[in-house]
Write a protein that binds this ligand. Structure first.
Ligand code: FES
Ligand SMILES: [Fe+2]
Length: 369
C-alpha cells in the first residue's frame, strides 16, 4: 500500500502523539471554587485576542469587551494607537459604555452624575468638583488595562505581570506570523452559549479522533484525522492536520501551505488556519457550567487566478461548513451540564492522541495558586 505524503512525514508514533496517557479528576470541570481560581490564576494572567482591529478602525471608535466578569473599554486614539481601561466609573461604579460606536467629541460622560472621561479613561470634568475631597480627584482615571495590536487583532491582558505578547505566544506567534494576518479581513462572526464548563469546550477542539464519530458526514471525507501530528509548545499546543485535495496536491516544505494548522493560544483561543483563511474562536467562561463561544472567519486576499466573487463564494461555503461542524460539536458539548455532577463521572482518561488535552490541563494545574 502506498503511503500518503502526510504519512511519510511522520517518522514515529512518539512524534505524532508526544505525551503519555493521563487521568484527570472530574471535579476540575464542576467545582465552583476551582472555577474561581481558574479565572484569577489562569485567565486573568493570559493574553487574549478580543476583537479584530477593524472593529475600532477609525480614531475615536470604541468597543466594549464584557467577559470573565470584567468590562473593558477599548478605544482608537487620534494617533492611531489603541487604549483600554476598566469600564467602571470611579465615582460610584456605574458602567460607562455599552456595545460599540464612535465618540466624535472624545469625551465619555458617566450616565449617573456626569463625570467625564477622555478616550484613555482619564477623568476630566467633575460636576460639583468643590464638594469632593480634592486628593481623591487628583490624577483620577479608570484603571488602565494592558492592550496591544498584533496580527489583525486587539489583544489584552488583565495582568500587569504577564510577559509581552510575543514572548507569551512564543512558537504560536512565530507560526501565526507566517500567515500575514494583518492583510486578512473579518468576514463572518457567530456566538453561541454552550452548556458545559469552558475546559470541556477547549478539550473538544484539541483532538481529532472524534471526527469519525461526531463529524463523519462533514469532516470524515475531508481531513485525514489519523495523520494529525500534535505538538506541545508550553503553555500552548498545536497540530498539523492533512486535508484531502490540499496536502496531496500542494508541494511545499511549509506546513502552513499544505495542512490545516490548528493552534491553541493558551488558555482559551483556537486559530484554525488554512493556507489562505482561518477560523478562530474563543471559549469564554460564563459560569462553571456555561461557556460563550465566539467564532470568526477571516480571509486574506483572493488567491492568484481567482476572482473576488469566486473567493467570496468559497469563503461563504467554508463558513457554512464550519457552522455545520460546530453544530455537531455543540450537540455533544451541550450534554455535559446534565452529567457534570453525575456520580458516574469521576475522571477523564486521556490517551496519547489526546496529548494536547493532557498538556492543557497540566498547564492549568501548574498555575493554580
Ligand atoms: S457613578 Fe459615575 S458620576 Fe456617579
Ligand atoms: Fe469536533
Amino acid at each position: 500500500m502506498t503511503q500518503t505524503r502526510a504519512e511519510a512525514r511522520l517518522t514515529s508514533v512518539e512524534e505524532q502523539y508526544p505525551l503519555a496517557p493521563s487521568v484527570l479528576d472530574a471535579d476540575v470541570y464542576r467545582d465552583p471554587a476551582r472555577y474561581r481560581r481558574e479565572l484569577e490564576d489562569v485567565l486573568f494572567e493570559a493574553w487574549f485576542p478580543v476583537f479584530p482591529s477593524s472593529d475600532v478602525a477609525k480614531p475615536r471608535d470604541y468597543v466594549v469587551w464584557d467577559q470573565l466578569d470584567q468590562s473593558v473599554v477599548i478605544t482608537r486614539l487620534d494617533d492611531g494607537t489603541v487604549s483600554s481601561w476598566h469600564n467602571v466609573c470611579q465615582h460610584r461604579g456605574a458602567r460607562l459604555l455599552d456595545g460599540s460606536g464612535h465618540c466624535p467629541t472624545g469625551r465619555i460622560k458617566c450616565p449617573w452624575h456626569g463625570f467625564v472621561y477622555d478616550l484613555e479613561g482619564v477623568v476630566g470634568s467633575v460636576p460639583l468638583r468643590d464638594s469632593f475631597d480634592p486628593g481623591l480627584l487628583d490624577g483620577l482615571r479608570a484603571p488602565a488595562v494592558r492592550v496591544t495590536e498584533w496580527g489583525g487583532w486587539i489583544w489584552l491582558t488583565l495582568s500587569d505581570d504577564t510577559p509581552e505578547l510575543l514572548d507569551y505566544l512564543g512558537v504560536i506567534g512565530e507560526e501565526l506570523a507566517g500567515y500575514e494576518l494583518d492583510g486578512y479581513t473579518t468576514q463572518y462572526r457567530h456566538s453561541v452559549t454552550l452548556q458545559a464548563n469552558w475546559k470541556i469546550v477547549v478539550d473538544a477542539f484539541n483532538e481529532t479522533w472524534h471526527v469519525p464519530f461526531t463529524h463523519q458526514d462533514t469532516l470524515g471525507g475531508v481531513v485525514l484525522w489519523r495523520d494529525a501530528a500534535l505538538k506541545i509548545a508550553s503553555p500552548h499546543s498545536w497540530m498539523t492536520l492533512p486535508v484531502r485535495g490540499l496536502t496531496d496536491r500542494v508541494s511545499s516544505t511549509d506546513h502552513r501551505k499544505t495542512h490545516i494548522c490548528h493552534y491553541l493560544a493558551f488558555p482559551n483561543t483556537i486559530f484554525s488556519c488554512f493556507p489562505t483563511h482561518l477560523q478562530m474562536w474563543s471559549a469564554w467562561p460564563l459560569s462553571p457550567d456555561e461557556t460563550l463561544l465566539c467564532a470568526y472567519q477571516m480571509a486574506g486576499p483572493a488567491p492568484a487566478g481567482m476572482t473576488d466573487e469566486k473567493w467570496a463564494r468559497n469563503n461563504e461555503r467554508d463558513w457554512k461548513h464550519f457552522l455545520d461542524v460546530l453544530l455537531e460539536d455543540s450537540e455533544v458539548i451541550n450534554g455535559f451540564t446534565k452529567v457534570a455532577r453525575s456520580k458516574g463521572f469521576t475522571k477523564n482518561m486521556f490517551n496519547t492522541a489526546e496529548s494536547r488535552l493532557t498538556a492543557f490541563h497540566g498547564e492549568i494545574a501548574k498555575r493554580l495558586r
